[in-house]
Design a protein around this ligand. Structure first.
Ligand code: AMP
Length: 282
């Protein structure tokens, strides 16, 4: 497995594989890799000939009061995980290479990014789309792999790829959970044992939402309210939003729909968690 920090080096390696007719798969990450990330690399390994993982804690997607400074950085362990997953090349740029002081360009979406996560984290998605655009231009993927865990993020990336006519395919992989249902996240390691216990209410709320949808007699609005009540009842959990929305537009649903997703964001202690579940209404 090759490890490269220079964009020019990565691009020339990838270009030679593309010229040889090999399909390139890319998995963008911020490191602190867990089994959820590994599932993306394994999907890329199955479907592509040359697999690139990028590890970059992107300063541009963190707000001024967010956890950029203390975001977990575990490079040695991450490289071992990449190697075990069969990754061919790991791209580990540093911030000065990705965002030189004279850089002026930003990739910014005007609609989807204003909702839900975007409303609570102003500027977050501009950071995501700008860095992902750069990573795509450096790593030249045929396919890029993202997790459903960050539901809005994969929608935003799909929108960007379509709007900008990028010749690549976005693949969204299922959420990997701990045995008790907590969605795996690099931020879970911030949780104290008591907060870890409290955080299970997110999965409980999503499971309840699915059960209510299956009854066929609950409106999306009523399901949203019941999720809010359940989460609001747990001390130490501050709900940011919980909503049943259209899968593509993320607009809150009024009537039941075949294209519904329940999305939650909450602060548990100092840790901000998100989770979601596609809903099947009867
Ligand atoms: P991050 O390192 O948090 O930026 O995540 C990198 C990629 O891994 C994103 O596409 C995430 O959606 C995905 N990911 C993170 N957690 C999970 C999970 N529990 N299951 C599946 N994919 C995940």
């Amino acid at each position: 497995m090759q490890v490269e920090a220079l964009p020019s080096a990565v691009r020339s390696v990838v270009q030679s594989h593309r010229c040889g007719g090999r399909r390139v798969g890319v998995v963008p990450t911020m490191g602190a890799l867990h089994v959820g990330h590994v599932s993306l690399m394994e999907a890329a390994r199955r479907e592509c000939d040359f697999v690139v993982t990028t590890i970059f804690v992107n300063p541009m997607q963190f707000g001024p009061n967010e956890d950029f400074e203390c975001y977990p950085r575990t490079l040695e362990q991450d490289l071992q995980r990449c190697e075990a997953a069969g990754v061919d090349l790991v791209f580990t740029p540093d911030a000065a290479q990705m965002f030189p002081p004279d850089a002026e360009s930003i990739v910014s979406l005007t609609g989807l990014t204003r909702k839900l996560e975007g409303r609570d984290r102003p500027g977050h998605f501009d950071g995501v789309t700008t860095v992902v655009a750069k990573l795509f231009n450096i790593t030249l993927p045929h396919r890029a792999y993202f997790g459903q865990k960050d539901y809005q993020q994969q929608l935003v990336i799909r929108r960007m790829v379509s709007d900008l006519n990028w010749a690549l395919e976005i693949v969204t992989c299922p959420i990997v959970r701990e045995d008790d249902g907590l969605a795996m996240s690099s931020r879970n390691r911030y949780l104290s044992p008591a907060d870890r216990e409290r955080s299970l209410v997110l999965f409980r709320a999503l499971s309840m939402a699915q059960q209510l949808a299956e009854t066929g007699s609950e409106s999306p609005d009523s399901i949203s309210r019941q999720m809010q009540q359940l989460i609001g009842g747990v001390n130490g959990v501050d709900l940011v939003y919980s909503v049943v929305a259209d899968c593509d537009t993320l607009e809150p649903l009024v009537e039941t729909s075949e294209r519904a997703v329940a999305l939650i964001a909450a602060r548990v202690g100092k840790t901000r968690l998100i989770d979601n579940q596609i809903l099947r209404f009867r």
